[in-house]
Write a protein of this length. Structure first.
Length: 336
């Protein structure tokens, strides 16, 4: 087991082990949440905490709350195994033996032999602050032919003929106009390479499908009669599709297309709610929810594949490929 984070409170290792062992004797319906790598619903977390308060001795009662907070947080992180962790670098250790430079430009070294005799570290200069004087520049000499000096090419340079900038006003205007046209063409090509050439209508339709998947998975999460497996499937689908929808909307915004909330809800299917409600009354919600979700995910993955083939933007293709892989994972199909 991992140690609890500082923000949840410190748990001694011995207490940690005793609490882990105590959870092995929980009721059968709660033992599946051991290990910290499984999502723990709020209701189950309350039952586990209640069991611990009744079964654990007094000296362990104060550690129940931080222990359950760590278990719940670890379960949430298990839904996103690719979460990155930031590693902070250590500050460089100061060199205590360095005496640095004196005010006169001298650098000193420490004499370790005299440290024990005088009770302090002595030093001796390594480099003297006296620098060699620079060689004076040579004086101009006069050549025998025409009284010229080596610097005449600077003092007596001949004027050059005016070029494009130094010519007429008409030439300067033509040059500036041509440069502006080149910059516009370069900007268009650069924008096309980054985000242009995409299929905006296909991305808008995908965002609508993603919105309906998020809505239906939310129904599965909140259904009181749903099994734990169904709730886990609903939460995983909701988080994965929300991430893909954020990337899709960002790509649309980059190409100048902003999708409003009303447009995202165009694919809302009321018959889905009715079928799930009727299944819940007949104790068949789990099967009905899993079947509807699988049908929607297959249709969504097919739309992603078509949009990928029609797209000419590399950044858009990357987003569509990532969403396609996510949908395949949710369907339990590793085929890419």
């Amino acid at each position: 087991m991992l140690m609890a984070d500082d923000k949840y409170g410190y748990i001694p290792p011995s207490i940690q082990r005793q609490m882990d062992q105590s959870l092995q004797h929980m009721p059968a319906n709660l033992q599946k949440y051991q290990g910290g790598n499984t999502y723990i619903p709020q209701k189950a977390a309350q039952e586990i905490a209640g069991y611990m308060k009744k079964s654990m001795p007094a000296h362990m009662q104060e550690y129940i709350t931080p222990y359950m907070e760590r278990q719940t947080q670890a379960g949430m992180k298990s839904l996103d195994p690719g979460m990155s962790r930031t590693v902070s670098e250590r500050a460089p250790a100061p060199d205590l033996m360095r005496r640095d430079h004196s005010a006169y430009g001298e650098q000193f070294s420490v004499n370790m032999e005299s440290a024990g005799k005088h009770g302090s570290l002595s030093y001796s200069p390594q480099y003297s602050g006296q620098q060699a004087q620079p060689t004076p520049a040579p004086q101009p000499t006069t050549s025998s032919a025409g009284n010229q000096t080596p610097y005449d090419f600077i003092l007596n340079h001949s004027p050059k003929k005016p070029g494009l900038f130094g010519g007429s006003f008409k030439n300067r205007v033509i040059f500036v106009a041509a440069g502006g046209i080149v910059l516009v063409i370069a900007a268009i090509i650069f924008a096309s390479l980054l985000g242009g050439g995409g299929n905006a209508s296909a991305l808008v339709e995908l965002s609508e499908q993603q919105q309906e998947l998020i809505r239906v998975s939310t129904l599965g999460e909140k259904q009181s009669g749903a099994s734990q497996a169904t709730q886990n499937l609903a939460i995983t689908t909701q988080l994965a599709v929300q991430t893909d929808q954020t990337k899709t909307l960002a790509q649309l915004k980059k190409t100048g297309h902003k999708v409003k909330s009303a447009q995202l809800n165009l694919k809302k299917n009321s018959s889905t709610d009715q079928q799930l409600a009727a299944a819940a009354q007949n104790n068949g919600f789990d099967a009905a929810f899993a079947g509807d979700l699988q049908t929607q995910l297959k249709s969504y993955r097919a739309s992603l594949q078509q949009a990928y083939k029609a797209s000419a933007s590399q950044s858009e293709k990357n987003i569509l490929r990532s969403s396609f892989n996510s949908a395949s994972y949710l369907l339990g199909d590793s085929a890419q």
